[in-house]
Design a protein around this ligand. Structure first.
Ligand code: FMN
Length: 314
């Protein structure tokens, strides 16, 4: 029997328990069906399908994606078929996988977020709801993620509208990550995901035109990993609420860095496009990495960074 068999990979995020801390990020894994031939999706700690909205959305004009140095820009604009089509056509398949499904939602208003949360109550197979209050590619998409009072009220009302655990996904495009993390925590979020993409742009100077149809877009991939690590560290210093780290994660070393910085779980995003097996690779490598770190469960490595500085938790 190897020492790895004594390891406990499960993680607890507020009311949400996951079999392991390796999740796939919204918008980068389709509705899982697309990935089934490439990835043993049943092994994942959780799957976040593409964000859904109340009504179907066509998304933004092309171009919508663009490769950059060590990353990509996207301005998809939440292209999706709407909540009813998701519940009818995607949720039965997702529920059949036996993997925690964390449904990502984006409302156009406070009330729409709350209504969508309530609508999902009782739909079989939903382990949690992630509030996408951080999409840079839709008008008004980040208001709830940049205004602390709006964020706290939204999280509180969504939590009250459903018995399903609520996760707030925050944007890095703010002055103070701790302020927004504290607002989400005060609203009762079971966990806080960060980061969504960093607002960026690309220009074709010869044509004097933006490369993206929507002019600006979200930067993701390895290029943003240091920003994401910093955001996770700052949030973990500021709140007791579990953090889900996202941003440029592609290898087991990336995963371990995020855990040490204070994340209790991680989501892999852009890497799914250029190395679809990355989530399986890090799952394979996780037991050895934990053993190397001298711990027997994931929680024992979370937030163990030594800096000599005191935390700002209140
Ligand atoms: C093409 C694309 C589409 C995305 N769509 C969504 C989305 O629908 N909802 C969401 O919350 N995040 C979306 N994201 C953001 C990712 O979930 C993730 O937060 C971000 O890309 C940072 O992680 P990464 O660097 O590992 O990709 C999208 C990212 C990409 C690249």
């Amino acid at each position: 029997m190897s020492s790895a068999t004594h390891l406990d990979l499960s993680v607890q995020l507020g009311r949400l328990r996951l079999p392991n801390p390796i999740l796939v990020a919204s918008g980068t894994f389709g509705y899982a069906r697309e990935m089934e031939g490439l990835v043993d999706v049943h092994r994942l700690g959780g799957i976040l399908p593409k964000t859904i909205t109340q009504e179907p959305r066509a998304g933004n004009n092309p171009w919508r994606t663009l490769e950059t140095a060590a990353g990509m820009l996207n301005s998809i604009g939440l292209d999706n078929d709407g909540i009813e089509a998701f519940v009818a056509h995607h949720m039965p398949y997702l529920a059949s996988l036996g993997v925690p499904i964390i449904v990502s939602i984006a409302g156009r208003s406070h009330d729409e977020f709350v209504q969508m949360t309530a609508r999902l109550e009782g739909v079989p197979g939903i382990a949690a709801i992630e509030l996408n209050i951080s999409c840079p590619n839709v008008s008004g998409g980040v208001d709830f993620g940049t205004d602390a009072a709006m964020c706290e009220r939204l999280v509180a009302d969504c939590r009250a509208a459903s018995s399903v655990p609520i996760i707030a996904k925050l944007t890095p495009n703010v002055t103070s990550i701790p302020t927004m993390a504290k607002a989400a925590a005060a609203g009762g979020a079971d966990a806080i995901s960060l980061i969504n993409t960093c607002l960026g742009m690309a220009i074709d100077w010869r044509r004097r035109r933006p490369m993206l149809g929507n002019v600006m877009g979200g930067l993701s991939g390895p290029a943003i990993k240091p920003i994401a690590l910093r955001a996770v560290y700052q949030a973990a210093q500021a709140v007791e609420t579990p953090i889900i780290g996202i941003g440029g994660i592609a290898t087991i070393d990336d995963v371990m860095e995020f855990l040490v910085a204070g994340a209790s779980a991680v989501q892999l995003g852009t890497v799914n496009f250029y190395n679809p097996k990355a989530s399986m690779e890090v799952l394979d490598a996780l037991p050895n990495a934990l053993t190397t770190a001298g711990v027997t469960n994931v929680a024992d490595i979370v937030g163990t960074l030594v800096t000599g500085k005191s935390s700002t938790k209140s």
